[in-house]
Design a protein around this ligand. Structure first.
Ligand code: ADP
Length: 240
């Protein structure tokens, strides 16, 4: 599935959080979204999921507007996300949480699907533990299992490895990479981890003050801005 964003803007009272964004993501691509805190990444992702109503412009998923209610229901069946703002119900066990989401998404053979995901993400031994009692690395793996439960064709990942140690972060990146190549999924990855973005993304969009101010392959951006790595490009753009 493809993503097309046309003249998308969002104003909250006096804050223009997203200003006239335009971009396309073709099916099967992993695109990074980089930018400092408060630049509008989460608001953009919220609008892509049809959770935040744009002030202007449109989000087309497979050429269908996500704001249209009948489109949205069908499209969201094939989409999923990770968001730092949404916690899984704490009192439910790992397995119960995954069951709830699998049933919400109408997953066929959901028991088998959940067992496979729990095994793949090293959650099987934790399956009866309450999700609220897990460490942040363990919770993160449950969030990823939830995000993959409906075999999404579009994944919107808002800082999927924030606050993880390098080992768990690397493990999660490996799973995302495998999923993307096996399923030919379309992925938008908002992250502050530059190595993650360089490793996973074929292209990067640089966002600042609600606008995309540059876009390209990591290597092209690095040479264009005359810097050694993506982190230096990021710092240059943010401080300019
Ligand atoms: P990022 O994800 O890049 O950190 P956000 O999209 O969360 O940025 O925020 C962009 C801007 O919009 C910020 O100035 C933030 O304070 C503002 N903002 C986000 N959500 C709301 C809201 N619900 N009400 C008012 N302002 C908001």
């Amino acid at each position: 599935m493809s993503i097309e964003i046309n003249n998308l803007s969002k104003k909250f009272k006096n804050t223009l959080a997203v200003k006239n964004l335009n971009f396309k993501i073709e099916k099967g691509k992993i695109i990074g979204l980089l930018g400092p805190n408060g630049c509008g990444k989460s608001t953009t992702i919220g609008m892509m999921l049809g959770l935040i109503k744009p002030t202007a412009g449109s989000v087309l998923i497979n050429q269908k507007n996500i704001e249209n209610e009948s489109n949205r229901t069908k499209l969201l069946e094939k989409m999923n996300f990770i968001s730092p703002y949404i916690e899984l119900p704490k009192k439910l066990s790992v397995e119960e949480n995954l069951k709830v989401y699998a049933r919400l998404y109408g997953v066929k053979n959901f028991k088998e699907k959940i067992n496979d995901l729990m095994k793949q993400l090293n959650l099987y031994d934790l399956r009866s533990r309450q999700t609220g009692e897990l460490s942040s690395g363990q919770k993160n793996r449950v969030s990823l299992a939830k995000a993959l439960v409906n075999n999404p064709e579009i994944l919107l990942l808002d800082e999927p490895t924030a606050s993880l140690d390098p080992d768990v972060g690397d493990y999660i990146r490996g799973i995302i990479e495998d999923y993307a190549s096996n399923q030919n999924a379309t992925i938008l990855l908002a992250s502050h981890n530059m190595d993650e973005v360089e490793r996973l993304c074929s292209e990067v969009m640089m966002m600042k003050n609600g606008e995309i101010i540059d876009r390209g392959k990591s290597s092209d951006l690095i040479s264009k801005h005359g810097r050694k790595n993506l982190e230096e490009v990021f710092l240059k753009i943010v401080r300019e």
